[in-house]
Design a protein around this ligand. Sequence first.
Ligand SMILES: C[S@@+](CC[C@H](N)C(=O)[O-])C[C@H]1O[C@@H](n2cnc3c(N)ncnc32)[C@H](O)[C@@H]1O
Ligand SMILES: [Zn+2]
Length: 367
Amino acid sequence: MEPSVRIKEGETELCVSKLSFSNPHRSVVFFNPRMAFSRSVGSLAIAVLKPKSMLDGLCSTGARGIRYATENPSIKKLVLVDANPLAFPYIRKNVLLNRLSAKTKAFCQDFNDYCFANENSFDFAEIDPFGTPAPFIESTLLALKKPGTLSFTSTDLANVVKKNAPTLRDYGAKPLYCDFSHETALRILLGFAVRKAAEMSLRVTPLLCFFEGYHVKIIARVEKKKPDPKKIGFVSYCDRCLRRFEGKKAKCKCGNRLLYGGPLWLDAYCDKKFLRSLASLNEKRGYAEKGHIAKMLWLLAREQDFPPWFYDVHYFADHYGLAARKKMASIIAELRGAGFKAERTHFTPTGVKTDAGIKELKKILSA
Ligand SMILES: C[S@@+](CC[C@H](N)C(=O)[O-])C[C@H]1O[C@@H](n2cnc3c(N)ncnc32)[C@H](O)[C@@H]1O
Ligand SMILES: [Zn+2]
């Protein structure tokens, strides 16, 4: 083992490499302290869903699965899988530290191989890969019981935000580089899981999806039900007048050639009832990220009933040469006063979700 250190994250003791705190990517067994937020949210999701069996597919030190099982007594069976043999001293130590030996099994194996040999076995499956989760989604869906819950992380946002070739290769979709790219990226990732599941005659329905820092997290219900193809489509965008709309068209009203992104998920990406349950549990748990989680859940609950984009008001004002920098609170109040829906978004502090068009927004930002 590399020089290691014992930490407490959430309510869980973890032994991780010391390098995790200076340069996690140099450690032979990866652990990123900056993902504590994501692990805490995942643990709250487990508390709401109460799965009995859980698979942590690319577990490294076992941090996610071990946190979920330590903090949530519903889990009676925990399986940890990682292909790196050097992860196993950490896994063994972390299982012992949290007294989980009786309910835990760990396998040093390729994750896809493990899933193909263990179909329909888990209520909840988690994958947290380096970069794209695409090569692991189909096998995770296989390993899940139906109904079950799929939870995955994507840290390949640099690609899904703007790079055509890798996004096409990994997700069969085109990214859209614009002021709301992170929302498009989240929708491409969710849309990919929905499309993969549809090929297996399964329906994926999002419970909680968010962007944070440099990753997207998707938690979604998987059921043996007919998929709904109407929820997958495209978003078009004009980089001259900044109009945006659902669907794929060649030309904008202003005469410019339109850009598009997709296929992607067009509907809500969170279930509001699920968000409420998470918020009330978050109040009861003493996580270090409690305030940050509460704010994120509050924003997510408000931004669901809008078209699949937001406006970055700074980008908009710069693009149109509007000098005034209005406060977000007044922009939202003025949009509402003019009869439109308007809310902030968790994607960026300068983003506004609204059903207003560019003309109305321009008027409000110019005044
Ligand atoms: C980002 S790390 C996981 C981090 C961990 N979930 C956490 O919260 O600390 C990704 C892990 O996937 C493992 N991995 C990569 N490809 C794999 C495969 N095909 N099968 C099993 N494990 C794999 C790596 O060894 C690495 O430990
Ligand atoms: Zn235009």
